[in-house]
Design a protein around this ligand. Structure first.
Ligand code: NAD
Ligand code: MG
Length: 390
């Protein structure tokens, strides 16, 4: 039996992971499931999968979780420290599907145990790519991509020599507003930004898809994961979301990964890697689909893409600043404090203000330094948001 843990089990990726695991209950020994506010879901899944431990991020919900798990034999715990401890319990395969920078420390804890980490939490690579990779290397752990584009690239690279790779093209649906007139974007509402044309995902990544911050983060994720130069990575708008990524080789060949927009493919690939097993995803009928379309991304419409290129150029801890500013701006948009276009403006402001070297932070990429920079960038973003509001 494979020992598996799911960090962020109650979310969209977590639930899709559970869907796959629950189909073969005899194959998996579930160690830890973690969640946040949805105690009922967390407890139900922990009981059903007979997990060793269930952890909520919220300390004040510990009693609720205990009550919900009463008589089940599943241990209950709470708080971010408890999540990192659960992630450090010996397991063969750990799904990293917490949303945001909160996923970094638990992911590192799993890598330090030598577990295979299936990485949906792109924020860890954006904030601390080098730290994730060096930790994996030091502990003989493996990182497998779960983001659909990166899983697609990873699959297109099987058996290939990285030296033969010329470019990597990640596709973007364009999100909810891809066809909106530019002048309407400023007035886009939370409801409008929270519905994706093709994918069913958590609210934050759905809004990030509309603003292209999701693709911006994926540019950085691609650079970190595959070790390619920023100039080798392209974004291509592909409204149908059938081709997830393409790898271009020196001989001019393009290897494309084609599949339905269903995250259970990428999750299942990481779960069964290096083999392929049956997965409950739709089979595409290309004759029925008829046409696939592509367009170049417009950086005026989506300034997040330009910002990501600046972040890649800067390197070091710029990714941690970028992510923290983006998370804070997104909180502001969700809370109704900011307009849709303000998010990119705030991230740009924070990046500019924090680009000068800061005496009190050394630029070494440790978990401590990333946390410090993350904290400062959130403070700065909050200040900028208040200034705009006032
Ligand atoms: P979601 O909002 O649906 O779920 C997030 C999970 O994280 C939940 O279990 C929640 O309880 C937990 N969580 C939230 N805040 C937390 C905190 N502070 N500490 C600990 N746990 C916390 O999000 P999602 O759409 O499943 O996305 C999860 C991750 O996967 C994100 O990094 C996202 O970018 C990435 N991703 C998602 C998709 C998708 O299809 N949903 C695709 C590619 C990548
Ligand atoms: Mg993606």
């Amino acid at each position: 039996m494979r020992r598996v843990s799911i960090l962020g089990a109650t979310g969209s990726i977590g639930q899709n992971t559970i869907d796959l695991i629950a189909r073969a209950p005899d194959a998996y020994d579930v160690v830890a499931l973690t969640g946040a506010g949805n105690i009922a879901q967390l407890a139900e899944d922990a009981r059903r999968l007979n997990a060793d431990v269930a952890v909520t991020a919220h300390s004040h919900l510990l009693e609720d979780l205990r009550t919900a798990l009463d008589g089940s034999g599943v241990e209950a715990a709470a708080g971010s420290q408890a999540i990192a401890e659960a992630a450090a319990r010996p397991a063969d395969w750990v799904m990293s599907a917490i949303v945001g920078a909160a996923g970094l420390a638990p992911g590192l804890a799993a890598l330090q145990q030598g577990s295979t980490l299936a990485l949906a939490n792109k924020e860890s690579l954006v904030c601390a790519g080098q730290l994730m990779l060096s930790t994996a290397k030091a502990h003989g752990a493996r990182l497998l991509p779960v983001d659909s584009e990166h899983s697609a690239v990873f699959q297109a690279l099987v058996g290939e020599d990285m030296a033969a790779v010329e470019r990597i093209i990640i596709t973007a649906s364009g999100g909810a507003f891809r066809d909106w007139p530019m002048e309407d974007l400023a007035n886009a509402t939370l409801d409008q930004a929270s519905s994706h044309p093709n994918w069913d995902m958590g609210q934050r990544i759905t809004i990030d898809s509309a603003s292209m911050f999701n693709k911006a983060m994926e540019l950085i994720e691609t650079r970190e994961f595959f070790g390619v130069e920023p100039e080798q990575i392209e974004v291509l708008v592909h409204p149908e979301s059938m081709i997830h990524a393409m790898v271009g080789f020196r001989d001019g060949a393009l290897m494309a990964h084609v599949g339905p927009p269903d995250m259970r493919h990428a999750i299942g690939y990481a779960l069964h890697w290096p083999t392929r097993r049956d997965l409950p995803v739709a089979r595409l009928d290309l004759a029925e689909i008829g046409q696939l379309s592509f367009r170049a991304p417009c950086e005026t419409r989506w300034p997040a893409l330009r910002l990501a290129r600046e972040v890649m150029q800067a390197g070091g801890l710029a990714g941690a600043v970028f992510n923290a500013a983006k998370e804070t701006a997104l909180d502001g948009f969700i809370a109704g404090q900011l307009g849709f276009n303000d998010m990119a403006a705030i991230v740009e402001d924070v990046l500019t203000k924090m680009s000068a070297p800061r005496g009190h932070i050394d630029a070494t990429m440790s978990l401590d330094n990333v946390a410090k920079v993350d904290h400062l960038a959130r403070q700065e973003a909050t200040r900028v948001i208040h200034k705009r509001a006032g």
